[in-house]
Design a protein around this ligand. Structure first.
Ligand SMILES: Cc1cc2nc3c(=O)[nH]c(=O)nc-3n(C[C@H](O)[C@H](O)[C@H](O)COP(=O)(O)OP(=O)(O)OC[C@H]3O[C@@H](n4cnc5c(N)ncnc54)[C@H](O)[C@@H]3O)c2cc1C
Length: 323
């Protein structure tokens, strides 16, 4: 029987929707093995986020709310996860595949001497064990793997697991006692650079509009890519070509070495479709490509393709959408 601990993710108290996909994964495993899952949320001032987690059938929502956990420092968070996973006798610890999980979960796995698999897209019970599918080589290879050991750490791709359906009954919320004096303190918090633009995060947004080398400067990027994203209520992204040329910040890069996004709609404007870029957006439901080269590889994965100059097509699209 599985006993799963899902690690919730939030941004300064705002729940990240990818958490719900990790809970969806847990629910799938429980359905196959008649187990149960708990959710652990760590931070300070997280009661609203914790509350919103209670409606999805978890056995409990465990809340480690402490000023010592205000910033997601890996050493402190891993310490608490270690404690809770032992106390719960967890057989799996699961998080959404994200920068947060990449930072924290391997450290917690090491404390518990457990193995870890990242980027899981499928799970199947096989006897008392599990078989997982995970993506490799920028999404070009899907590996089928097993993980040894009684406790397994996993990150799951949000696009691969639907959020669990809501339940009428709320999961109990259980406070987790945090002894700040016992927490490790090798990592010191220096500062946080918060995004100032009012646009959603590309990993959370339903629509992402990305620009590529076709865009000549920052002003054009804001007018065309930002403008189209704004009329669609979406996030902006970019190819590495624009990051390398200093037109967009690194935080906007989508791809193998950038963010992995899986929105309902991804618009690639003036992006050729290199495999490293596609590794970050292939899981999108509907891909629209605008490129003046009809042979561009992006058209091979696009659901809708427009052979056009972005400098003409995008302002026209914005104008029509505004109407
Ligand atoms: C190890 C490694 C990791 C990498 N990681 C990433 C990553 O995470 N993300 C990423 O994006 N890349 C990554 N890259 C780089 C990747 O290989 C490509 O170089 C990059 O994605 C190309 O960006 P692009 O499509 O914007 O530019 P280009 O490949 O130059 O394509 C520009 C496209 O715009 C079209 N175009 C030009 N002008 C117009 C116009 N006016 N109207 C319409 N279309 C026009 C052209 O036809 C062309 O198809 C990585 C590379 C390596 C080696």
């Amino acid at each position: 029987m599985s006993k799963i601990l899902v690690i919730a993710e939030h941004d300064a108290g705002q729940l990240k929707l990818a958490t719900l996909s990790a809970m969806g994964f847990a629910q799938q495993v429980c359905a196959q093995t008649s187990g149960s899952y708990d959710v652990l949320i760590l931070g300070e001032g997280i009661s609203d986020a914790a509350e919103s987690l209670r409606a999805y059938g978890a056995a409990s929502v465990m809340v480690a709310d402490s000023p010592a956990l205000k910033e997601p420092l890996a050493d402190k968070y891993a310490f608490v996860i270690d404690d809770v996973a032992r106390a719960q006798k967890a057989t799996m610890v699961v998080g959404a595949a994200s920068t947060f999980s990449k930072d924290i979960l391997p450290r917690a796995a090491a404390l518990l001497d457990a193995g870890m698999i990242s980027d899981v897209i499928e799970v199947r019970a096989e006897g008392d064990d599990f078989v997982f599918k995970r993506v490799l080589y920028a999404g070009n290879v899907i590996a089928t793997v097993k993980l040894e050991g009684a406790l397994k750490f996993l990150t799951v791709r949000p696009a691969a697991f639907a959020p669990p359906s809501k339940t009428d009954e709320l999961s109990p919320a259980t406070p987790v006692a945090v002894d700040a004096g016992k927490l490790p303190s090798q990592i010191k918090f220096v500062g946080r650079e918060a995004k100032v633009a009012g646009r959603p995060d590309s990993t959370e947004a339903r629509v992402v509009v990305s620009g590529g080398r076709a865009i000549k400067n920052g002003e054009d990027f804001e007018r065309l890519i930002g403008g189209l994203a704004d009329v669609l209520g979406g996030a902006v992204g970019s190819s590495r070509a624009l990051v390398d040329s200093g037109i967009t910040p690194n935080s906007l890069q989508v791809g193998q070495t950038g963010k992995v996004v899986a929105p309902e709609l991804y618009i690639a404007a003036g992006i050729s479709g290199a495999i490293q870029h596609m590794a970050g957006m292939k899981d999108t439901k509907v891909i629209v490509a605008i490129n003046k080269d009809s042979e561009a590889p992006i058209f091979e994965v696009a659901d809708y393709g427009l052979v056009a100059d972005v400098y003409q097509a995008v302002p026209e699209l914005i104008g029509k959408l505004k109407k």
